[in-house]
Design a protein around this ligand. Structure first.
Ligand SMILES: O=c1ccn([C@@H]2O[C@H](COP(=O)(O)OP(=O)(O)O[C@H]3O[C@H](CO)[C@H](O)[C@H](O)[C@H]3O)[C@@H](O)[C@H]2O)c(=O)[nH]1
Ligand SMILES: O=P(O)(O)O[C@H]1O[C@H](CO)[C@@H](O)[C@H](O)[C@H]1O
Ligand SMILES: [Zn+2]
Length: 350
């Protein structure tokens, strides 16, 4: 038991938002929804999959017979380079009706040709290939756009519309709401305390250890003190790196190792393909001074009690503030103790 097993609130310094922590709530009776989480017996290739090698996509483009990662422009991109000036529809002089055009690029990144291999089921070398593809696309897109969002939605419960393991990159010149918020708070922290918010935080957590899930030479994985989702984790670079495009060879290899461990342990918590949405936060590329930024990734997994019972961020969370049913320290302990051998390899947690 951690020393935090009582009701209290915690503040997220990156966003300024508070989280209500009520550890006892996880013991309440549950007759609510259960999610489908059937074991995936997907084939290594599916002839109808628009992401599989050699197959046709929605607009009849044919994928190459790729044997590594594969990147294509989203056929239904949420952002395109097509600019439509909204002032023809609504003039922008009323502060209650602010509107602006949005343009950009959306790409899909297939992690491997295998239709049924999620990140934890890939080798470290195959995950390294994903890291290198992320880096290459970050460098290309950040030359043209200020804000580059590299992310993955894993599992149907996270709205993933294609089971073939993949991620996305959405790039645009406006700063997204989350990036603006984290930028303002990281800059204010530097102005008020002189240091780098996540750089200082990494040092505290590495020394404390209670919320550390995994650490290697260049990366720290923690359940952050302010985590909202039950098994939320923060993957932070321990070096003064601000953007994904800066990663060195050893930082990329050790990142692949960290992702292998974290995603394997996630799957081993409930012996299932653990759903999550994850994404990277880099300093926007239009800054003259980005010294207050630190490269990091957020993992937001919904599962709470089992492979089929998730946390619902609903009534109180939508109208008041996030609330969590087990302490971050308990979640960190469960993740730290989960096996590093994937359950599909015969490791079944007792
Ligand atoms: O022939 C095809 C088939 C699919 N796709 C693209 O492949 C992507 C697959 O992406 P995901 O499975 O990660 O999820 P979606 O983008 O479909 O949507 C999910 O992720 C979005 C971004 O997070 C939104 O949150 C959305 O609500 C949620 O359902 C889609 O964007 C889709 O447009 C193509 O480009 N061509
Ligand atoms: O109180 P209930 O119905 O058991 O629980 C539900 O509402 C709560 C308040 O929004 C949420 O914190 C829970 O995640 C949700 O499952
Ligand atoms: Zn596929």
């Amino acid at each position: 038991m951690s020393q935090f097993e009582f009701t209290h609130r915690r503040k997220n310094p990156l966003t300024g938002k508070w989280v209500l922590v009520s550890p006892h709530r996880n013991n309440r009776p549950w007759l609510g929804a259960t999610e489908q989480n059937a074991p995936s017996n997907l084939p290594e290739y599916k002839s109808t999959c628009p992401l599989c090698p050699g197959n046709h996509r929605a607009n009849d483009t044919c994928n190459p017979a790729y044997d590594n990662t594969f990147v294509f422009t989203n056929d239904f991109g949420a952002l395109t380079t097509q600019a439509t000036d909204p002032s023809a529809v609504l003039n922008n002089d009323n502060p209650l009706f602010e509107i602006e055009q949005a343009t950009g690029e959306c790409r899909v990144i297939c992690f491997s040709p295998k239709h049924n291999k999620t990140l934890p089921e890939l080798s470290v070398a195959e995950i390294r290939a994903v890291v290198d593809t992320w880096k290459q696309n970050y460098i290309e897109l950040s030359a043209q756009y200020a804000c580059v969002h590299i992310f993955e939605n894993k599992g149907e419960v996270m709205g993933c519309s294609q089971p073939h393991p993949h991620g996305q990159v959405w790039a645009h010149n406006h700063l997204s709401t989350e990036i603006q918020l984290e930028q303002d708070n990281q800059r204010t922290y530097q102005q008020n305390h002189g240091g780098n918010l996540l750089g200082d935080y990494v040092k505290h957590e590495s020394a404390d250890g209670e919320r550390v899930v995994y650490e290697n030479e260049h990366w720290l994985v923690i359940v952050p003190f302010w985590a909202a989702w039950p098994f939320e984790t923060l993957l932070v670079c321990k070096d003064d790196i601000r953007q994904f495009g800066q990663l060195t060879d050893t930082q990329s290899t050790t990142l692949a190792e960290a992702i292998k461990v974290l995603t394997t342990r996630y799957d081993n918590v409930f012996n299932c393909s653990f759903p999550y949405s994850m994404g990277w936060h880099s300093a926007p590329s239009n800054l003259t001074d980005n010294s207050y930024w630190r490269l990091h990734a957020h993992f937001y997994p919904p599962l709470l009690r089992s492979a089929t019972v998730k946390k619902h961020m609903v009534g109180y969370e939508m109208l008041a503030e996030s609330q969590r049913d087990l302490s971050p320290e308990t979640a960190a302990k469960i993740l730290k103790n989960a096996s590093d051998i994937h359950y599909s390899q015969g490791n079944h947690n007792e």
